[in-house]
Design a protein around this ligand. Structure first.
Ligand code: SF4
Length: 249
């Protein structure tokens, strides 16, 4: 399948709300797939999950938290030891440095606790807006919507946003939902992106939002255009090959 362009127009607000309502019914138990026992573990797991699957992080963190169960223990860890444990998560040198420095920040500036406000969270090593949003929503039930690669892609395909940056997508999505639903909206879009609206090929035939979503029509137009261009290119290619073929004969 050729690359599918995102819709160039947003759907009407009523349509957007209906799409989100369907996703809410489809994924009633939306929670983060990361496994954690407390806010500290969630924070570290989210840092490790950058450019890595949640399943891989879940396979890694038990050994990490067995050895370093508290911010103080992780703050005192040797980087090489942490690197060894988290190696399979990718970017392990940078992530090891970040989780150790983050733990140091927690110990030195927040008494060993994870802060719950965005400004404090984003001041921690390795913590950006998305990580802070996940921790705020999942650990503290604060109103926060995190835009990862699934949220970005699915929101675009559904015509909920034309945003070019995660922040613009976040602003469009939060304008559609009351704050109490921001965290769940993140999970609906992530779960839908993983299960149905996959990259690069969405499973529109199995999608409960297909009748409202603008992307199936775009896919259809893209495939038709591709078939036409292949059809018209073939004779031209044959014409180009013909002289040398005759020469050889
Ligand atoms: S209809 Fe297709 S593109 Fe739209 S949300 Fe469903 S799977 Fe994704």
């Amino acid at each position: 399948m050729p690359a599918i362009p995102f819709p160039k127009k947003k759907v009407a607000r009523e349509t957007a709300l209906e799409e989100l309502a369907i996703l809410e019914r489809t994924y009633p138990h939306a929670v983060t797939a990361l496994e954690y026992a407390n806010e500290f573990q969630l924070l570290i797991a989210v840092i490790l999950s950058a450019q890595c699957t949640d399943a891989r992080v879940n396979a890694t963190t038990p050994a990490l938290f067995a050895k370093y169960p508290t911010p103080a223990k992780l703050a005192a860890a040797k980087q090489a030891d942490v690197e060894q444990i988290i190696k399979s998560c990718g970017f392990f040198r940078m992530k090891a440095r970040n989780v150790i420095n983050c733990a140091r920040d927690l110990v030195e500036r927040f008494g060993g606790s994870v802060p719950r406000d965005r400004e404090s969270l984003e001041s921690l090593a390795g913590v950006g807006r998305k990580t802070a949003s996940v921790v705020m929503a999942a650990a503290f039930q604060e109103a926060a919507l995190a835009v990862d690669t699934h949220v970005f892609r699915v929101a675009h395909r559904l015509g909920l946003t034309l945003g070019k940056t995660p922040r613009q997508v976040e602003d469009d999505l939060t304008a559609l939902q009351p704050p109490r639903k921001w965290g769940d909206t993140t999970h609906w879009l992530i779960m839908h992106g993983r299960a149905v609206c996959k990259a690069p090929t969405p499973r529109c035939a199995q999608c409960p939002v297909a009748t409202l979503c603008p992307t199936p029509a775009i896919i259809s137009r893209t495939l038709t255009a591709r078939a036409r261009s292949n059809g018209s290119a073939a004779p031209a290619a044959r014409r180009r090959r013909a002289p040398s073929a005759r020469k050889k004969a």
